[in-house]
Structure formats: C-alpha cells, structure tokens
Design a protein around this ligand. Sequence first.
Ligand code: KG4
Ligand code: ZN
Length: 392
Amino acid sequence: MKILSIETSADETGVSVVDATGDFPTAKYELLGNGLRSQIELHNEYGGIFPMMAKREHAKAIVPLLQFALEEAGLLEMVDGGHAVPTAITAELETILEREPALLEALQIFTAKFDKPAVDIIAVTSGPGLTPALWVGVNFAKALAALWGVKVITVNHMEGHILASIYDVVEDDRLAAIEFPSLALLVSGGHTELVLMRNWLDYEKIGQTVDDAVGEAFDKVARLMGLPYPGGPEIGRLAAIARQAKLPPFKNPLPRPMLKSGDYNFSFSGLKTAVRYAIADQALSDTGKQALARDFEDAAVEVLVAKTSHAVATYGSKSVVVGGGVSASTYLRYSLREHFLREHPECELYFPKPGLSTDNAIMIALAAHAHIDSARNAAAAKLMQADGNMSL
Ligand code: KG4
Ligand code: ZN
C-alpha cells in the first residue's frame, strides 16, 4: 500500500511516499520519497511564526514538494499531449481551494503535466497545530482525493511523533516492538505531554504543560539572548561549550518549575521569566551566553527527566518513547539515558532516528497506516476538518 502523506501543522511543509507491506504494527514501511521544506529562515527574520505567513509558505511549497516526493518514489509519469480534467472535478477543485488561488493554479499546472500516480491512500495532519496552516494540508489532501479518487485519512500530529520515534528508517524499516505499558514524553514547540500507552493506539494523557511548551521556552529564551530561531539547537550548542569549559553559573540558580508538584504537569513560563530577570538589561558576553544557555537547559531537562522518571515508577512503564522536536536535544537524550541506567535499568528508551525528531510527513504516513481500518477515522475523514487543538 503506497501512502502519500502531507504535513503542514507548523513551520515545516512535508510530503512523503511510504510503501507499507503488512499490518500495523508489524508492517514494513519503505520510505520511497520524502520532500521537506522548512520556513525557519523566514520566521527567523520575523522573530517567530505568524500563522498566516506559515499558511502562505505551505501553499507555495506544497505542489513542488509533491512533485519532488513522487519523482523520488518513481511514481511520476508525464502525460502525452496534455491532460483534460473532467469539468465536474475542475469545479470541485475550485471550491475546495477557493481560498488558495495560487495553490489551485499550481495544482492545475501539475495535473495537466502528470498522470495520476499509483498511490493508494492520502494521509494528512488535521491537528493539533496552527489552524490556518493545517487547513492548507487538509484542503490540498481533499483536492488530490477528488482528483485521483483516493481515500483520505486524517492524522493526529502527536501520534505521528510517537510512531516516528520508534520507526527504524535506517535498519529494517519497521516500528520497534515496544513493551507496554509504555510512556510517551512528547516535547515540541507546541506541546509538552506525558502520555500513558497501555497498548498500541491506546493513549491516556497523564500530564501536560500548564503554560509554555518546552520547545517554546527554548525558542523564547534564545530570543531573549539574541540567538536565532529555532532556539533549541543553538542553546544546546552553547550549553555544550559551557559544560566542556566547566563555566560557573551565570547568576543565581534558575528555578525548576513544578519539580515537586507531585503530578505530571509542567510549567516553563516562569523559567523563561527567570532568564529574562537574570539578563536584565546587560549585554551578554560569549561566555555569559554559554553559561546561561547551560543553566537554562539544565533546569528544563532536569524537570523533564524527573517527571518522566516519576511516571515510569508509578505506572510500571516498560518503555519510554521520546518524541517531538526537543527530542533532538543531545543533552536531553544523555540525561534520560544516564538517569534511566541508574534508576530504571529495565525500562527501554526510544529516541527518533536523525531527521525524525522535528516535523516531517513520514510520521504522518505511519500514523495513517495505524488507523487504516478504524471506524473512527472513517468518521473523521468524512468531516475533514482542521482542528488546531486536537488532543490524543
Ligand atoms: O516537533 P517540532 O518540529 O514542531 C512542533 O510540532 O512544534 O518541534 C520544534 C521545536 C522548536 O521549539 C525547537 O526549538 C525544538 O523543537 N528543537 C530543539 C532541538 N531541535 C529542535 N530543542 C532542543 N534541542 C534541540 N536540539
Ligand atoms: Zn511536531
């Protein structure tokens, strides 16, 4: 089964083609094509993501990425002497993409040039994320479905992150056979959640951030320090230098918000404010930036590790799946590994392979395949709505 998947929930536009053989969760998932375009440079220039700007960039990028992914997958065939789309379908496309005239035009040019590719199903992220950005993907999926007569499966982005973290794209193209109960630590620009999984596709959110997401805190602190967007990688880089050089603390110790709250919730906005107070109005030296980046990363990671560890002890988790953009953090990975080796040596830790931490469309194909037969998705697909606040 060839799955064409689309991701537009935040600032990455992704289109992938994944060939699934067998049934979830033991299927083999061969990655045939993968197009990904980041809006990082644009958002860096403006100092953050603006939903309407993100939407416009997705609309610009999506047809070229579709063409790239299909071509890489060997599924793109030029039509001889032009291609006529039936009038009824042309009218349907115009309605679906009525708010996206540039995208409609790009799609019309594409369909005049290329035959219907041999894809069996279309998968698209319908939430959570930035609503205007999500709508681009959802409407584009609708348009392709109308054009090609293929079914659409809508996908929860966070479920995609969980499956991406156990997908071995390097060795055997399969999902790891994780042991349950399992715990997912989801850490991204929009989310910080602990999710208990008693079985495959069975999710119970046991904790979440009460204010900023941890990735958002990395990004905001980076901005306060005059570092580029996204903040995570840059803070990680500077913090590593500070640890290597054993720099003293920048100022007073930073807070560990909600460390002792006894539940599995998080808070990162106070930590960000503490960094703002620590900087006050002074210009930061290079070593000052390094020390402060380290102090912040230490505080954020300590809370993530402690809460995850506490949840593992309470629920007897046999595995922990770490997903989302912040799971790329070297220091988070190191700290979790080091702590679990001591405290929970029986519990297996899973981290995404390179390229699968941050947003991509590969994970959307995996999540769609997991729900291919479920009635729940049949109902959701009929509605085909973007839902910015969708929950697992
Ligand atoms: O999952 P993702 O790509 O998009 C969302 O769904 O939000 O996550 C993006 C977030 C950003 O906040 C970024 O700063 C953070 O992931 N991030 C990192 C690292 N790489 C990306 N945070 C810490 N360390 C990193 N190496
Ligand atoms: Zn994400």
